[in-house]
Ligand binder design. Structure first.
Ligand code: ZN
Length: 194
């Protein structure tokens, strides 16, 4: 933990060497995309994409799951999506799954999650639909595409898709190689290198 504290203490020095960038950031944000990824510590959206501060609006959840839209039970995920679209007018949403994903791997292996009842409940809707017979990598890719379906049922997303103001993307990131591939609907739904 101490390295994190040390860096936070010296961070103002780093900012002071980039005064224009951070003055602009203080004036507002205009991110290029909403990036939805797993909470996994090995997935670093700004490192993968080269995004600078202000470029990505992020939503991170266990297993990069987008919960089904439910107006009676609004949650942080739906609020984040709505804000990105309605307030920040983001034109792209990227759902990025990753190799070695603990959440998807647990479902593929059929792990006993009794000791983590909240995780079990969170993953339950995914468990019902996840293809598990072709391994974790395949499951992660299909799972990322399934989140696009869940996204498209959120009213703000549906509205902007209908007006051609929004594009949805599913990516797959390999932790051990850094390679990123993207779902290509025109290539039989396969994932092809970016
Ligand atoms: Zn993960």
């Amino acid at each position: 933990m101490q390295p994190l504290v040390d860096n936070a203490r010296s961070f103002p020095d780093w900012v002071a060497r980039r005064p224009e960038l951070f003055r602009d950031l203080a004036a507002g944000q205009a991110p290029m995309a909403l990036f939805i990824s797993c909470s996994d510590a090995r997935v670093i959206p700004s490192l993968i994409t080269g995004a600078r501060p202000g470029d990505l609006f992020e939503l991170r959840t266990a297993g990069n799951i987008v919960p089904p839209y439910d107006p009676d039970r609004p949650g942080g995920e739906a609020a984040t999506i709505e804000y990105a679209l309605c307030a920040l007018r983001v034109r792209h949403i990227i759902v990025c799954g990753h190799s070695h994903c603990g959440a998807v791997g647990a479902l593929v292996r059929g792990d006993d999650l009794a000791a983590m009842p909240t995780v079990r409940t969170w993953l339950q809707p995914t468990a019902r639909e996840l293809p598990v017979s072709h391994g974790v990598a395949h499951a992660v890719r299909r799972h990322a595409v399934a989140q696009l379906d869940a996204l498209s049922r959120h009213p703000a997303v549906r509205d902007r898709l209908a007006r051609d103001l929004l594009s949805l993307h599913a990516w797959y990131y390999e932790v051990d190689t850094g390679a990123v591939s993207a779902h290509a609907p025109r290539a039989n739904g396969e994932f092809t290198p970016l």
